[in-house]
Write a protein that binds this ligand. Structure first.
Ligand SMILES: [Zn+2]
Length: 489
C-alpha cells in the first residue's frame, strides 16, 4: 500500500524510508503529491535494437523504466560476455541484463536447419549454454515460433533449460503458436519449466486470431493448475491488441524460411513451392496474425523501401495494382520478402483477452519493445508507451488494476523473478532506482500512426541514486549498470 513519506539516498543506495526525515541533504527532490515508485523493470525487451545509437533509451526512461532485459525470443548475441562488456563501456542511462537465446545457441551449432540435434550437437549446445550462464545470463529464452526455435523438439529445449537451472536461471518463452495451438503452447512452456526444473514464463502472453478469441480463459486455467501442482509458471504482457515482428515470420510458414536467405529465395522461385507457401500464407492472413484482413497488417519498417513505414499490406497490395483481397495480399507478402522483408505490426487480438490476462496475479508488465531512433520508421507504440499506458488507461481510466497492483507487476515481481535482491522495492539497502509520476496525468501518447511520442506524467527518474530524467528532459547522467545472473563467474 502507498503511504506518505520521505526517502534518503546515499550514493547509489536507499538508506532510509520514513514518514518524515529531518537533516541536510546535498540535494532534495520535492515530489509533491506524486507517486514515488521503484523504477520499472522491463523483463522482455529488444533494446539492442537502438541502444548503441541512443544509450539514454529515452523512450524507456521517460516512462519510468530503470532496467531493461535483453536476449528475448530465443535470440541473443553469442558469446554474451563481449556484448555485456560493450554495454558497460557504452554507459547507458538504464540498467541492462540479458538472457541467452536457445535459437542463437542452436543456430551457432547446427545452422537454421529443420532436424533433430544429434547427441554430439546437444553436447556442444550445452557447453555454449554453460558459458553464457557463467557470463551472467539471467536464464534461457526460447522463440519456438521462429526459425530455428520452431525446428526444436521440446526435449532438446529441456536439456538446455537444465543448464540454466543449474546456475539459478529462469526460462522465458515466445511460444510456438499464439493462435489456434496456443493452449498446446502453454502446456509446452509449463513442461519446459517442469522438465528443466526452473521457473518458466509465457512471454508477451496473447491470443492471436479472431477464431481463438476467448482462449485466454483456458490459458489462465492451465497456468493456475500448473501453479497449484507446484510448477513456478508466470506470464508477462504488453497492453496492446497488436503484436510486432517480421512480416516473414508472421505471414509465411516456418518451413519456407528454413536455411539461408538463398534457400528461402530459391523456394519462392520454385512454382510448386511458391503455390504451397501462398496457400499457407493465405491461412495465416485469414486466421492468424493477419487478423482476417490485409488492412490489419501495418509496416513498422522496410529496409528496401523506408517510405512503406506506417502503410498497410492492403495499401501496398493496391500500390502493386491489385485488389487487397487475402490471396493478393499473400502474393504481396511473398514479393516483399523477396525484396528484403519488413518489420510489421499485426492487429489480431481482442481487448477482452488482453484485460483478462492483465488482471491475472501471475502476469507482469513488459514492453517487448526496442530503443527507436526518434522519428525514424513506424515502430509499435509499445516501445514508448507500455508502462504509462497501464498506469493511465488500465489503472486510472478503466479501473482494471489498482495502482499498487500495477506497480507490483512492473517492479518487485519482475525483480524477484530475475533474482534481483537489491532492486524492485523502496527499502533501506536497496539500489535507488526510482520513478516519480503523477497518477492523475500519467498517460501514453504514442499511437499506431504516430508512435514517436513520449509518455507524459513523469516528474523524475533515478537510476542507482542519480537523476537521469527531470524537468521534462534527460540529464547527462549515465549510471546504468549491467545486472548479471546468479551464475556469473
Ligand atoms: Zn517475442
Amino acid at each position: 500500500m502507498w503511504f506518505r513519506g520521505d526517502i534518503a539516498i546515499q550514493g547509489d543506495t536507499i538508506v532510509r524510508v520514513a514518514p518524515s526525515i529531518e537533516g541536510v541533504a546535498r540535494r532534495t527532490i520535492d515530489a509533491g503529491g506524486r507517486v514515488v515508485s521503484p523504477g520499472f523493470i522491463d523483463i522482455h525487451t529488444h533494446a539492442r535494437r537502438g541502444i548503441n545509437q541512443v544509450p539514454t533509451a529515452d523512450n524507456y526512461t521517460r516512462q519510468g523504466v530503470t532496467t531493461v532485459i535483453e536476449g528475448p525470443d530465443g535470440s541473443s548475441p553469442l558469446p554474451l560476455r563481449p556484448f555485456l562488456d560493450a554495454l558497460a563501456q557504452l554507459r547507458t542511462s538504464v540498467n541492462i541484463g540479458a538472457f541467452v537465446g536457445q535459437g542463437s545457441v542452436r543456430s551457432e551449432v547446427m545452422g537454421d536447419v529443420n532436424r533433430k540435434a544429434t547427441p554430439e550437437e546437444i553436447g556442444r549446445m550445452t557447453a555454449l549454454m554453460e558459458t553464457a550462464m557463467r557470463d551472467g545470463a539471467l536464464g534461457i529464452s526460447t522463440g519456438l515460433f521462429y526459425v530455428p526455435g520452431t525446428f526444436t523438439p521440446t526435449d532438446e529445449v529441456i536439456a538446455l533449460a537444465k543448464v540454466a537451472a543449474k546456475y539459478g536461471g529462469m526460462h522465458e518463452s515466445h511460444q510456438r503458436d499464439d493462435a489456434s495451438k496456443v493452449l498446446d503452447s502453454v502446456r509446452e512452456t509449463i513442461a519446459i519449466g517442469e522438465g528443466g526444473g526452473l521457473p518458466t514464463q509465457v512471454s508477451h502472453a496473447k491470443v492471436v486470431g479472431t477464431a481463438n478469441f476467448g482462449k485466454s480463459k483456458e490459458m489462465l486455467a492451465l497456468i493456475d493448475a500448473a501453479r497449484a501442482r507446484g510448477v513456478d509458471v508466470t506470464l508477462d504482457q504488453y497492453p496492446y491488441t497488436a503484436s510486432s515482428t517480421s512480416v516473414a515470420a508472421a505471414l509465411l510458414p516456418a518451413w519456407a524460411l528454413e536455411g539461408t536467405r538463398a534457400d528461402q529465395l530459391a523456394r519462392l522461385k520454385d512454382p510448386a513451392q511458391r503455390a504451397r507457401i501462398k496457400s499457407d500464407s493465405i491461412a495465416m492472413i485469414r486466421d492468424e496474425r493477419g487478423g482476417g484482413d490485409a488492412k490489419n497488417v501495418q509496416f513498422a519498417s522496410c529496409g528496401f523501401d523506408p517510405s512503406l513505414a506506417g502503410k498497410t499490406l492492403a495499401d501496398l497490395t493496391r500500390q502493386r495494382g491489385l485488389e487487397p483481397t487475402i490471396p493478393n495480399a499473400a502474393d504481396t507478402t511473398m514479393w516483399l520478402v523477396e525484396q528484403g522483408g519488413c518489420q510489421g505490426i499485426f492487429h489480431a487480438m481482442s481487448e477482452d483477452d488482453l484485460v483478462r490476462i492483465l488482471k491475472h496475479p501471475a502476469t507482469m508488465i513488459a514492453s517487448d519493445g526496442e530503443v527507436p531512433i526518434f522519428g525514424r520508421a513506424n515502430p509499435h507504440p509499445r516501445s514508448y508507451g507500455t508502462f504509462a499506458r497501464v498506469l493511465g488507461r488500465y489503472v486510472r481510466d478503466e479501473h482494471v488494476l489498482t495502482l499498487e497492483e500495477a506497480v507490483r507487476k512492473m517492479t518487485s515481481f519482475p525483480a524477484a523473478r530475475l533474482g534481483f535482491t537489491d532492486r524492485g522495492v523502496l527499502r533501506p539497502g536497496m539500489k535507488a532506482d526510482i520513478a516519480i509520476f503523477d497518477p492523475a496525468t500519467v498517460r501514453d501518447t504514442a499511437t499506431f500512426t504516430a508512435p514517436h511520442q513520449y509518455a507524459e506524467g513523469f516528474f523524475a527518474v533515478l537510476v542507482n541514486g542519480q537523476v537521469i530524467f527531470e524537468n521534462g528532459a534527460m540529464t547527462p547522467a549515465r549510471p546504468g549498470q549491467i545486472l548479471y545472473g546468479r551464475g556469473r563467474r
